[in-house]
Structure formats: C-alpha cells, structure tokens
Design a protein. Sequence first.
Length: 296
Amino acid sequence: MVQMDADKNTWVYLAGLPLTMTSDEFLALVGKYGLVMEDPDTEKKRYKMYTDEEGNFKGDAKCCYFRKESIQLAIQMLNGTKLPGSSKRVKVEQANFTLKGEYNPKLKPKKKNNKNKKKRKKQDNMLDWRDRAGGNDERPKHAKIVIMKHCFDPKEFLEDACMITEIRDDIKQECEKVGPVKKVLLFDRHPDGVVSVKFDTHEAAEEAVKGFDKRWFGGLQLEAQQWDGVTDYAIEETVKERDARLASWHKFIGEGEVDEAAPTATDKPSEVDKAAPAATDKPSEQSHNNEDVMAT
C-alpha cells in the first residue's frame, strides 16, 4: 500500500457532525474555509458523506479543497467545536489515503483530456490575484486603485449634502483626463477627506498618482498613492454624529422634531455607478471587482 503525497492531498476529513446534516448544509459549512473543488466531468462538488447500510448519515464526511491551506484553516476554526444538533465535538484533519496495489513507475499515467485541463485552469484563475487581461502583467489588481486624501472637509457635508455629488463628479471628471475610470468612492466621514478611484489600467493609475499628488484641489493639497490592498478607510458614524446630522437636517427643512426616517448624508460611500460593491466589501480581488476600498 502506498500513501498519497501529503503535499498534494487537499482532502479534509470531518467527524462528529450532526446526524441530521444535509449535503447542502455540509457544503455550506466547509465552504466557509475555502473553495471546494469540482469534478471536471460532472462539474459537481467533490465530497462524500458516509452513510450506513440504510442510507442514514453516520456523522463523518470528507471534501476536496482547491488549496491545501483551506485544510489548516478548517482545522483551526472548526476542530473541537460543537455544532447545533450534535453532542460530539467536531474532529477535523487531513484525510488519509492509500493507493491500492504496488506502485509501478513504468506504468504511464492516464492522459488528461483538454477539456479537463481547461476547467482546471479556469478554477486556478479564480484564486489567482494577478490581472491576466494584460498578458504577462503580474501587477496586483488593487494597484489600479488610487487613494486621494484631502479632497474635502467632512464637516462641509453636514451643511450641504449635495456637495458630495459635486466633489465626486469633479474628481471623476479630472481623473478621466488621465484614463478611463471605472468607479469612484467617496468616504464622506473620513477625517482625511478620502476618495478612491479605480482606473481601467495600471498605467492610468500610475499617471494619476504622478499628476494628482501634491496638486491643489478646492483649496486643499492632495495626497495621491496607489492603494496598498489592505488599509480600510471606512469610518462608522457615532451616535453623537447621527444626532448632529438629524438636527442639521430638520433645521434645514424647518421642522422642530427629529424624524428617524430622515436621510443620511451618505450611509454608504457615494458611488459613480450602480455596479459599485456594497459599502462593506473588502477589496480583496473580487470587488471594485471585489477590490473596492472598504466603506460603511
């Protein structure tokens, strides 16, 4: 019997699961820790839930991840915990496999057809941080996003919320002189007056940094740099800030009482298009395409 190479083994084994767990619930559970691989022929998730002779779930199962790192994450987050509906603690470990028969190096491995290769390449690209639209360009996608600071004073929006749209549109118009702009997010509660701009190309983003850094805009000197892919510029609104905003709103419309339904200056970062991600999306590589800078 020959053991499978541990470095190539991306299967994880789980025991102590609730006996009432369904396949959908199992896939939802393991999906929290990584992408589950699909069979290239059937396009179904690769997993197995063990059952007894009567077809009842025995409480243990296994699945195949895309990446080995997902196994360690599942062990770290799930091993030793108790799930609703089960009195046992969950046991998580890398699945053990043995190859039947003796290994014969003279035997040629089965050829993989082109269809399977294409599917596997597509799966790999889903987890790749590189922007393949540019051929061999391996610069990270988040480098297309430029962070501009000191674009505005947040206090101005308490008096006139319409200025948010005006500033956003002005910045977009100026940035389009450098290259096509996909999205603009304005973080209206950030004390540094932050705006993020996603360009269509890395080159446009680099030119924007050169052109806007140290430039004066609306009486303020800008700071421009490419986003580092990590920093979160979201600022939560405090209760005190909310009360001040509501008071300002009712003063503006001439009412004396606070109406809970009064609109906010922006509860979410202002967006140039409806395709911009939710304010809580972390730019990870799937927003701004999943690469928008976080906001609330």
